[in-house]
Design a protein around this ligand. Structure first.
Ligand code: SAM
Length: 406
């Protein structure tokens, strides 16, 4: 079988990350303090992280969604502030998001290939990988995936179509991404009925008028159809409620369809390039356990603020090489029974309380987040029990981690 080679192609294993659990988050207090989270959000480079996960997770993940940088050679800033609505530009600013810069295709493949190898190893025998790319690198990636999975394990080449403005004048507007779907084995999870959609009303009308319309094949109009391998979902735009301000955020509808088709409740699923957290948030929402990682603190913070909307506890785990500077801030804290109220001059994006902090792992029993496009974060949180050794942490709207200790 033809293979892709380049001078620096290599899969020398890297050293595993030194993973440290820094917090356990119990969204809205659910499960606090005794339940052991089975979902994990990691901060750090995913190559050493996945290497560190091999002893516990090799051959166990039911589904991996991967949405890495696409080889665009662009920078992707994040929109932060007190309101992401671009009608009020005084309320937001742009800051570093993530970069997709490479010295060439070889450097990009040096990055992608060993990570695909690790994902292959982590997948369960009935597991599926969805690799989300576009025209910049999809052809190269497909040959690499053929090599790892076998050519006959390509389940689908999905095309996500969308529209939007573009400055392009001397080519057709590039408005689709490609999602390569490979299964590890011939016996894989695919929940057809979970992703059926209604037939087009014109099809329904046609068959109502003449059952012979389909050359004798009458579709089950009630049950709906299996979606085609091209999907239309609008890109996450300014006015969408789900928009976080994190760049290249993928639509919840697209990610939900992937999760519903290729995993079951209780499965462990993963996204090692999680960005704004669409995949782990939808996974938690659908009752899957997740492993998610990103190399930028802002992505992990954004993901956390989405995950606290769901009920499943999760652990925050840092690769010890990533530094996380935390500033102390002046905070006036009023504890009255089970209620904790804070007063501060700093604009907050997020804050949380550990009611009984032991100085080691932060056990977050109550959280508040600034709603998207709003300046108004709740400043009172009510705990399920009386706090003993309250400790408060937070993040400012500009993304600075802060903490207050009694
Ligand atoms: C295309 S974005 C993912 C967007 C995400 N699917 C969403 O819905 O928001 C790619 C992400 O990969 C992350 N990334 C790049 N290199 C990484 C690495 N070595 N380890 C972990 N994450 C990485 C970037 O920080 C960025 O957030």
């Amino acid at each position: 079988m033809p293979q892709l080679t380049w001078p620096t192609k290599n899969i020398q294993p890297v050293l595993p990350a030194d993973l440290k659990t820094t917090a356990t988050i119990f969204p809205g207090g659910h499960g606090y303090p005794n339940s052991q989270p089975e979902s994990h959000l990691f901060l750090g480079d995913n190559e050493p992280i996945m290497t560190a996960l091999l002893p516990d997770y090799e051959g166990r993940l039911g589904l991996i969604y991967a949405d890495p940088p696409f080889l665009t050679n662009k920078k992707y800033p994040v929109r932060i502030g007190r309101g992401e609505d671009s009608r009020n530009p005084q309320d937001w600013q742009l800051t570093d998001g993530y970069a997709d810069h490479w010295t060439g295709i070889e450097a990009y493949l040096d990055f992608l290939y060993p990570r695909l190898v690790l994902m292959y190893r982590l997948l369960a025998p009935n597991g599926t990988l969805y690799l989300h790319l576009d025209w910049h690198a999809d052809a190269y990636a497909r040959i690499l995936l053929d090599e790892l999975f076998g050519r006959d394990r390509l389940l689908n080449e999905l095309v996500w179509v969308y529209h939007g403005p573009s400055p392009i004048r001397r080519a057709f507007n590039r408005k689709h991404d490609t999602i390569l779907v490979y299964t590890k084995g011939a016996d894989y999870t695919f929940n057809t009925d979970a992703v059926r959609e209604p037939y087009n009303p014109n099809t329904v009308k046609t068959f109502a008028a003449s059952p012979k319309a389909g050359f004798g094949k009458v579709p089950d109009l009630e049950r709906g159809k299996v979606p085609e391998d091209w999907w239309y979902f609008p890109v996450v735009a300014r006015m969408h409620k789900e928009r976080t301000g994190y760049p290249t955020q993928k639509p919840e509808g697209l990610i939900k369809r992937i999760l519903l088709a290729s995993s079951n409740p209780g499965d462990i699923v993963a996204d090692f390039f999680c960005g704004s957290g669409t995949f782990p948030a939808m996974a938690a929402n659908l009752g899957r356990k997740f492993l998610a990682s990103d190399v930028t603190w802002r992505a992990v913070h954004t993901t956390r603020t989405r995950l606290i909307e769901e009920k499943s506890p999760f652990a925050m785990v840092y690769d010890a090489v990533t530094s996380s500077e935390v500033d102390s801030i002046p905070l006036k804290v009023d504890i009255s029974g089970r209620s904790v109220t804070i007063e501060t001059t700093v604009d907050l994006d997020y804050w949380e309380i550990d009611p009984d902090y032991d100085g080691d792992i932060f056990q977050s029993a109550a959280q508040a987040r600034r709603p998207n496009r709003s300046a108004h974060i709740p400043l009172t949180l009510t705990l399920n029990d009386f706090p003993k050794r309250a400790h408060i942490r937070g993040v400012t709207v500009t993304g600075k981690p802060i903490e207050w200790k009694k």
